[in-house]
Each structure stands twice: as C-alpha cells, then as structure tokens.
Design a protein around this ligand. Structure first.
Ligand SMILES: NC(=O)C1=CN([C@@H]2O[C@H](COP(=O)(O)OP(=O)(O)OC[C@H]3O[C@@H](n4cnc5c(N)ncnc54)[C@H](O)[C@@H]3O)[C@@H](O)[C@H]2O)C=CC1
Ligand SMILES: O=C(O)[C@H]1O[C@H](OP(=O)(O)OP(=O)(O)OC[C@H]2O[C@@H](n3ccc(=O)[nH]c3=O)[C@H](O)[C@@H]2O)[C@H](O)[C@@H](O)[C@@H]1O
Length: 456
C-alpha cells in the first residue's frame, strides 16, 4: 500500500512508542515508523511483550502494527523516506561540564540532527517531541540548514503532555495539542501539515499553534507548574502534622475553589518520574543563563521541598519507632514512581530505600510491575536489599510497612493477615494516603500518614 504521508519517529521510548502508536491508529492513511538505536527495545516493540507497561497500549499496538505502524532499527532507510521526522530521544540532565546537574544534555538530540542531515536527500519537517530548553530549535535549524546540499529543513515544536499510566487516554483525548512554528510562510505551511495529522481525531479548537519559543517554553512551564502544586501541598502537609490539620481535608476544600482546582493537590512522599525534576532544573539553568537569579531560586525551591519531603519519611519513621530502625526489616510497598507504570526513574522510593540503608535497616521491596527496574536502580546496593513479588511475604516479620507507590492493589490487601505476620508493635507509614488509617488502627497497627497530625 502506498501512503500519502510518511512519518518517522526517532526514539522508541515512553513517549515515541505510545504517541506514534496512537497517530498510526487514528491515521490509517499515514505510514508511521518508529526507529531506535536500541535493538532489544525495537525487538520488544515487535513482540508480544512490549518494552513498557502502559494500560491499553497493547490493544492499540496490535491494531496498527504491520498495517501502518512499524518498529525498526534501520534509521537511514526510515529517514530517507520520511516527510515528517519526530525526534523523541532522551534529554537527561547534563552530568558533566558547564551546567552539570541542571542544564539539558543535548548530545542525543544533536547527534540525531546530524544523522538526519547526513542521510536526507530532500528537505523535511523536523518535529521536536522531546522536552527541550527554549530556543533549541534555533540551534537545530543552524545545524540542519548549514548543509551544502541546498536542502531546507523546517523545525516545529510539538511537546508531549501525556502522563505515564494514563498515556493512551491522554493521547486519545488530549486537553490540547501544541504546535510551535516560525511565523513565516514555510513555517506556517509545515505547521499546517502537522495540524492535519492531529486533526484526524483531535477537535480543531484543541490544536493550539504558537510561535516556536512559546511552544518550547510552555512545556517546561507546564511541568514546573504541576510540580509546584505538589511541592506546595507537601510543604503544607508538614504544617498539618504539627497543628492537627488534615492535609487531605485542606486540599479538598481548597480544590473546590474553581480558581485553584482539585487536581495535583495530593500530598505524597514527593513527586518522581523522569521529567519534573529534570525540566525544573533546566528552567532554573535557563533563568540563570538569562540573568534572572530570583526566578531561578523560586523554581529551584520546588525541587528542594520535594527532596526534603522524601527525606522526611525515614525521619518520621525514626521518630515513631523508638529512634532506631537498625537491623529491622522494613517492607517497602511500591517502587514505581507512580501507580500503573513499571517506570522507576527518579522514584522517591529509591531515596527512601537509601535512607533506610543509611540507618542500617533491612528493606524488602515489593511492587506489582517495577521489580526488574528497581533491581537495576539499586544495583550498587543490591546485596543489602531484598525483593519480593508477594506483598504478604514482604511484610512477614517486618517492623514496618512503608507505602511508596499509590498502587490500588495495596489498599485492597488483607491487612489483618499482614498484621498477624508482622513484628509488634506493627507500624504503617502511608506515604500516599491510600490506606484506611482508621480501619488499620482498629486492627492494631500504628499508622502514620502524610499531613495528618495527632494534635487535638
Ligand atoms: N516519559 C514521559 O512521560 C514524557 C517524556 N517527555 C520527554 O520526551 C523525551 C523522551 O522521553 P522518554 O520517551 O521518556 O525517554 P526514553 O529514554 O524512554 O526513550 C528515548 C529513546 O531514544 C533512543 N535514542 C537515543 N538516542 C538516539 C539516537 N541517536 N537515535 C535513535 N534513538 C535514540 C533511546 O535508545 C531510547 O529508547 C524526553 O525529552 C522527555 O523529557 C515528554 C512528555 C512525557
Ligand atoms: O513531561 C512529562 O514527562 C510528563 O510529566 C508528568 O507526567 P508523569 O511524570 O508521567 O506523571 P504525573 O501524573 O504527573 O506524576 C508525577 C509524580 O507526581 C506525583 N504526584 C502527582 C499528583 C499529585 O497530586 N501528587 C503527587 O505526588 C506522582 O505520584 C508522580 O510521582 C505530567 O503530568 C505530564 O503532563 C508530562 O507530559
């Protein structure tokens, strides 16, 4: 079958895989090829065991794969035939040199741009799907358009707003799709081509078009605002613990004010995930670079509060468990950075386990989806940590259970059974406020929740 439009996506990760799968599903007239340098990842995309766990993804992949959706490592062939190339490679925080610890490491992006330039024999539309520092498109255009083949590349920014665990729904029914372009004739024409792709299923009034820099900066800002809400409520959770206020009640009532809204006000042991911290630090770096130290400090505090909140977990454990947890088995319920994903990148559970080890406790990690990634993340301390598929076994003889991920299955466990197998007094630290604390107390547990004090 011949296709009118050919899309290629470079990078078959958490974003490239699901976004391209949905584009292929919704646009049967478009050929979509997802390429990656990682052979085993591509093999997994072509198999029954997809490389990422995302509810609903399997069915959509099965519908489109082999029809107009292809996964491949043949990057040159894919680039050659593409009209539109999405780049969705990773953009981690730089770990070396200037801006280390804050700036984005753009080496994968630049390599991709040079790769495209080397192979392409006609001009193409290049779409920034990765989250990038504002003004990256300017650098990319300079690299791409500095060719001696007389080719013109138009760079668009089309940041992704999906959240892991709800990616398929987020992609099927996005709040908005954002496309940034130059406001030139060729920029607007390229923008229209991409609008036409999304318009297959996204209502036109939800496809927002802006200039390139607004689009790049909106993505960083959206993540910073979301994370800021979590740090704000988490900072208040500490005050609730001291005063007897209940953070869930405070958040609920505040959220009823439509100007505030109810979402992203769930107090927790801190946000995780591959993006919030990285993107805020990038924003902080950019503010410093553009001579705005006050703005940089404001946003940096969001990350600082988040780390402080996670460290408070083991601090509170010590306070409650007679100032020592050395030699005590502690069951860590959940290692994924949030429920409904196997992703553990920047998971607060990682920090909790390391804090437990620093106190010479004996952590046992259980998680319905994330044990393989947990083992990878804890490789350097693997001999001091145990892993257990079965949460009941993880809790046997433990002095405490600490809930780090809001998996629904943890709330549905038989807590009487857990209580009877634990050392006494049996402590529960609910880092996600998902358990029925009163019911647990009736069983006999000593329960500590986030943002709930004892004061009357
Ligand atoms: N994970 C998420 O939920 C979201 C991530 N983003 C952004 O999307 C971008 C990608 O993130 P993820 O998909 O999570 O990363 P990921 O690490 O899961 O996937 C990136 C993929 O790119 C591949 N890659 C790297 N260099 C390559 C090259 N030169 N040629 C071909 N493939 C190459 C890697 O092998 C990897 O499979 C990041 O900028 C991230 O900030 C944006 C929205 C949501
Ligand atoms: O750029 C990205 O990578 C994505 O980052 C987040 O998505 P994600 O990190 O997948 O998941 P979220 O649902 O945002 O949760 C992030 C973290 O915050 C925590 N969280 C979330 C909400 C809340 O009220 N409280 C809270 O502690 C979660 O448990 C999790 O650890 C954004 O929600 C997406 O819009 C964005 O596209």
């Amino acid at each position: 079958m011949s296709f009118e439009t050919k899309i290629v996506c470079i990078g078959a990760g958490y974003v490239g895989g699901p976004t391209m799968t949905v584009i292929a599903d919704k646009c049967p007239d478009v050929k979509v090829t997802v390429v990656d340098i990682n052979q085993s990842r591509i093999d997994a995309w072509n198999s029954e065991n997809l490389p990422i766990f995302e509810p609903g993804l399997d069915d959509v992949v099965k519908r489109a794969r082999g029809r107009n959706l292809f996964f491949s490592t043949d990057i040159p062939a894919a680039i050659k035939e593409a009209d539109i190339i999405f780049v969705s490679v990773n953009t981690p925080t730089k770990t070396f040199g200037h801006g280390a610890g804050k700036a984005s490491d753009l080496q994968y992006w630049e390599k991709t741009a040079r790769n495209i330039l080397e192979i392409a024999d006609e001009g193409k539309i290049i779409v920034e799907k990765s989250t990038l520092p504002v003004r990256t498109a300017a650098a990319m255009e300079r690299i791409l358009n500095s060719n001696d083949k007389g080719l013109h590349f138009e760079v668009l920014s089309n940041p992704e707003f999906l959240a892991e665990g709800t990616a398929i729904n987020d992609l099927f029914e996005p709040d908005r799709v954002l496309i940034g372009s130059h406001q030139t004739e060729s920029g607007l024409a390229a923008c229209q081509k991409l609008v036409d792709v999304y318009a297959h299923w996204v209502p036109r009034d939800r496809i927002l078009t802006t200039n390139l820099w607004s689009s790049e900066l909106t993505k960083l800002t959206a993540n910073a605002f979301l994370a800021q809400r979590i740090s704000s409520i988490n900072s208040i959770s500490a005050l609730c613990e001291r005063t007897g206020a209940d953070v869930d009640e405070v958040a609920y009532v505040m959220g009823k004010d439509r100007r505030i809204g109810s979402k992203f006000l769930k107090a927790s042991i801190g946000f995780g995930g591959s993006c919030f911290k990285k993107d805020i630090l990038n924003l902080v770096y950019l503010c410093g670079y553009y001579g705005l130290p006050e703005v940089a400090a404001y946003w940096e505090s969001v990350v600082k509060i988040n780390e402080w909140q996670t460290h408070r977990v083991v601090d509170r454990m010590l306070e409650t468990m007679f100032n020592t947890i050395a030699g005590k088995k502690i069951a860590v319920f959940g290692f994924a950075f949030k429920a409904n994903t196997g992703d553990t990148r920047e998971s607060p559970a990682n920090l909790v386990v390391r804090d437990l080890l620093a106190e010479h406790a004996l952590p046992v990690v259980t998680d319905p989806k994330a044990i393989p990634d947990a083992k990878r993340d804890l490789k350097d301390v693997i001999e001091q940590v145990s892993f257990e598929e079965d949460p009941y076994k993880a809790a046997e003889d433990a002095h405490a259970v600490v809930v780090c991920t809001e998996w629904k299955c943890f709330a549905e466990l038989d807590w009487k059974r857990i209580y009877s197998s634990m050392a006494k007094p049996a402590f529960v630290f609910d880092g996600r406020n998902i358990l029925d604390a009163d019911a647990l107390r009736k069983i006999g547990f000593e329960v500590t929740s986030i943002g709930k004090g004892k004061a009357e």
